[in-house]
Design a protein around this ligand. Structure first.
Ligand code: 4AD
Ligand code: MG
Length: 432
């Protein structure tokens, strides 16, 4: 039987007859010759159909086939350095599986809203395929990194009874007779229980924020990976985050060069993402802002524009540590050298991509944690289980969260997070 092959494997079939299946990406005619670009998800290849060399039926099919019709084609694989895949198919027969209606996305320019309305079709385009293949590689790099370093994958619940990152961005729902429940903002608190059971864990899944911000950096549903490590202090945490980012970027450069080229990404900027990364304190970050003429009050959180101004100073991700405790979450440990500061770290990506990692050393003292919960007006009874982690063998521990879509967006050089996930969810959009 003739093998059905994928475009990526054509190099193994030079001179042989093969059958390929896929969709019509594009078509050109020149008299008695038709050039059909077939895509099958693994690549693109040109199929040449010459009148007289094929049956009348095959030539008619090649004539009437429309953009995005599905079809099956049989022919001989020829090396052709000028063609898209480096190979072309000298067609013997072509049958249409399903003739497509007039396809809404044409090679002409479309507005972004139109494209997002057609996201289910837009994902077929070369650029979107390249982005989502890079996303897949990043996900695998994340898993490999932790799996190879003795971390256990630990899946936290998505339905939770309380907030982790503050109450202002919770998606709320009625939960049977138990009152309100919420979609998780972060798996961290559960991750901490895992770290006390396994030593080192990572959670990896969707998280939800009812963000009112309509920026290009915010989604309401996004993926986050959160490692949590027993016996790690803030410095250990920063060392791990640094190694992690270098690993992700260098892996994508190595394994997804073709896709980065498709996106016309300036890879020289990514090549520079090698350890060590600059580490500056919040105080030093404020100095940078002041030098750049920003009227910045010590004690405020860094905004998106501030982050961009700081990261402009560096050509690698920059780690900003020791923020005012006031602007950070209740669970962060205070700096013993200055209790006004939290042992927090945010990592800002270069080229204006903003915060991609947020992390900290956690408060491991029962009484201090209790008073933080009270100061933040959080319901203590919902946190009893979390306080147990400080009652039964508490240890210093740390962790961080990396936003997947922000990472994809940075590595791919995207304008907006909406292209970094198959079906983006934003404050003003929940379709398709
Ligand atoms: O800084 P965040 O809020 O930190 C946490 O959730 C901690 N519990 C993490 C931890 O220590 N385990 O979020 C972490 C990262 C951000 O740096 C950003 O990359 C991403 O999650 N992120 C978002 N990505 C897309 N859309 C949003 N609305 C995001 N909010 C946060
Ligand atoms: Mg943050």
């Amino acid at each position: 039987m003739r093998p059905t092959v994928y475009i990526k494997d054509l190099k193994n079939y030079t001179g042989k007859e093969v059958t390929l299946k896929g969709w019509l990406y594009n078509k050109r005619s020149s008299g008695k010759i038709k050039f059909l670009i077939l895509r099958d998800g693994t690549g693109y290849t040109q199929c040449v159909v010459v009148k007289g060399n094929v049956s009348e039926e095959t030539f008619e099919n090649a004539d009437k086939i429309t953009q995005e019709s599905s079809f099956e084609i049989t022919g001989t694989v020829k090396e052709e350095p000028r063609a898209v895949s480096g190979y072309e198919i000298d067609t013997k027969s072509l049958s249409i599986i399903s003739l497509a209606n007039e396809y809404p996305i044409t090679p002409k320019e479309h507005g972004v809203e139109f494209l997002i309305d057609h996201r289910h079709l837009w994902i077929r385009s070369r650029r979107q395929v390249a982005i989502l293949k890079i996303r897949h590689r990043i996900v695998k790099a994340i898993r490999d990194f932790f799996d190879e370093r003795g971390f256990t994958l630990f899946d936290p619940p998505i339905i939770t009874p309380n907030a982790c990152e503050g109450t202002s961005t919770l998606f709320e729902m009625d939960y049977f007779d138990l009152g309100k429940a919420y979609l998780t903002q972060s798996g961290q608190l559960y991750g901490e229980s895992g770290a006390m059971a396994f030593g080192k864990i990572y959670t990896f899944g969707p998280t939800f924020r009812a963000e009112k911000s309509k920026t290009r950096r915010h989604l309401t549903e996004f993926w986050m990976v959160e490692p949590e490590m027993a016996f790690y202090d803030l410095d250990d945490n920063m060392d791990l985050a640094e190694e992690f980012l270098e690993y992700i970027v260098q892996t994508v450069l190595k394994d997804r060069a073709e896709e980065l080229k498709e996106l016309q990404r300036d890879t020289s900027k990514l090549e520079k993402v090698k350890r060590p990364f600059p580490r500056i304190s919040y105080d030093e970050a404020v100095e940078i802002l002041k030098k750049k003429g920003v009227d910045f009050q010590w004690g405020n959180d860094l905004g998106g524009t501030d982050e961009t101004l700081i990261s402009e100073e560096f050509d690698k991700p920059v780690m900003v540590h020791r923020y005012p405790a006031e602007v950070k979450a209740f669970y962060m440990k205070r700096d013993p050298a200055n209790p006004k500061l939290a042992l927090a770290v945010d990592i800002l990506a270069p080229e204006g991509y903003g915060e991609i990692i947020g992390g900290s050393q956690r408060e491991d003292d029962l009484n201090l944690l209790l008073s933080r919960i009270k100061e933040h007006n959080l319901p203590q009874d919902f946190f009893e289980w979390y306080l147990d982690l400080r009652r039964y063998g508490s240890v210093p521990h740390s962790g961080f969260g990396l936003g997947l879509e922000r990472t994809v967006s940075w590595i791919c050089g995207l304008e907006h997070l909406r292209e970094a996930i198959p079906f983006p969810r934003m404050i003003y959009r929940n379709t398709p």
